[in-house]
Design a protein around this ligand. Structure first.
Ligand code: AMP
Ligand code: GLY
Length: 429
């Protein structure tokens, strides 16, 4: 089969790497890809935002399956465009992608289905939102309704911060139309957990649990990022949580979508807060997580390709996934300044030295090759994953690998999965 992976991050490198291992895959294209995907397939210089060009490429090259990595093309309707041309693509349609692309749509669906989530108010008028803040109990979480590159969620500790956030989002349109409407909700306390599910419209198959590290700096300090590291399995997830999660979150969600005439087919993952009263939904994502995917796929023993196909063909109920019971820890190496302004074009060295370590996998994100030399080309540059018998073991291995990789002003967190070192996988399974 000819497969096209859309996107250019660590998630897409991990997807291409895993799909390459399938006995059914003949050729892998990545659009636009990075220096890592160029080593396992062919990079096509089409940005993920150029939907028409992607359709044309898939048609002309008789691509059998397209896998869409990022949320933006899904929200823009890439899967609908492919379907109109009778091209197979893995991912939800535009209307189904609203579960991520509109926080208000997701919140209203959760309310209708009584899915446990933060208490929230919805505003389409800034004076009403400002008035609400006069009597709100702080802190509150303020969210732009639409996609804002992961930057549209602000925890406001006091009225002044809330006022300026509302002003920026709704009046100055810092995130464009994404901030035309906002959600103001209560702060949930607890620890976060990502549960990925392959959803075929009616049924779903859960992947192993994972935890992301969203803040830029050690000790969960600094600004929110796309994700600075991940590990799997999550130490705050266990079998006892799974049955209520399925009964109170997954099943009602799919029922609610179907009731609204929406068949979600693709990867859906709720970001959860595990509170003292049980899991609460923070958000829904309509695609694989980054960097969770870089921790999950090295643990997946099964072939990913038939799983994606079964999702599209509404047969996920006939599938099972075999997992490596070892733990995976993923550390993201970023350019100094990320998630703000950063410099690119720095030479990267030591990758071969790190890659030869046993059970270590290096996924590229913002990298490119120039005159044969590997250079940084993005905020998140690499994601390094190691497997280990315990989280502690995987941590040691991953940081050994990370210490061998160099580029100027490389920034990474030293505490990925540190909160889980006491836990071991026997206890979790
Ligand atoms: P979201 O895009 O809604 O998941 O928000 C991004 C991040 O903001 C989440 O991963 C959490 O770390 C944080 N967050 C969002 N909503 C809440 C909430 N109600 N309480 C506490 N933290 C939140
Ligand atoms: N890891 C967070 C995300 O992919 O949105």
């Amino acid at each position: 089969m000819k497969i096209l992976v859309i996107g250019s991050g660590g998630r897409e490198h991990a997807l291409a790497w895993k799909l390459r291992q399938s006995s059914h895959s003949e050729r892998i294209f990545c659009a636009p890809g990075n220096a890592g995907t160029a080593e396992i397939g062919e990079n096509i210089p089409i940005p993920a935002s150029d939907l028409e060009a992607l359709v044309r490429f898939a048609k002309e090259n008789r691509v059998d399956l397209t896998v869409v990595g990022p949320d933006d093309p899904l929200a823009a309707g890439i899967v609908d465009l492919f379907a109109a041309e009778k091209l197979r693509a893995f991912g939800p349609t535009k209307s189904a992608a609203r579960i991520e692309a509109s926080k208000i749509f997701a919140k209203e669906l959760m309310r209708a289905q009584k899915i446990p989530t933060a208490e929230a108010s919805i505003f389409s008028n800034s004076s009403e939102a400002l008035r609400y803040c006069e009597r709100a109990k702080f802190p509150v979480v303020i969210k732009a309704d639409g996609l804002a590159l992961g930057k549209g969620v602000i925890v406001a500790a006091d009225t002044a911060t809330a006022r300026s956030t509302i002003e920026e989002m709704m009046n100055q349109r810092r995130f464009g139309n994404a901030g035309r409407r906002i959600v103001i909700e209560e702060v949930l306390r607890g620890t976060e957990c990502s549960l990925h599910a392959l959803v075929d419209g009616k049924n779903y198959l859960l992947l192993e649990s994972a935890r992301d590290h969203k803040r830029a700096l050690d000790g969960d300090q600094g600004p929110n990022t796309g994700g600075m590291g991940a590990f799997s399995p999550a130490n705050n997830w266990n079998r006892k949580l799974q049955a209520p999660f399925e009964a109170e979150i997954m099943r009602p969600l799919l029922r609610g979508l179907l009731r609204g005439g929406i068949q979600f087919r693709g990867l859906l993952y709720p970001g959860l807060m595990i509170t003292s009263e049980g899991p609460r939904v923070l958000e829904f994502n309509c695609r694989f997580g980054d960097p969770e995917t870089q921790a999950l796929l090295p643990r997946m023993k099964s072939d990913l390709l038939p799983l994606l196909e079964a999702t599209i063909d509404r047969k996920i109920d006939t599938c099972a996934i075999e997992w490596d019971m070892r733990a995976a820890v993923t550390v993201v190496l970023a350019s100094a300044g990320y998630p703000g302004k950063y410099e690119a074009g720095k030479s990267i060295s030591g990758l071969e030295n790190a890659a030869k370590l046993e059970d270590v996998q290096i996924f590229h994100a913002g990298t490119r090759r120039a005159a044969g030399e590997l250079k940084t080309a993005g905020g998140r540059v690499l994601a390094v994953t190691a497997l280990g018998l315990t989280i502690e073991d995987a941590r040691e291995r991953v940081y050994d690998a990370v210490s061998r990789i160099h580029f100027e002003n490389c920034q990474y967190r030293r505490d990925i999965a540190l909160s889980a070192v006491a836990a071991n996988i026997e206890k979790l399974s």
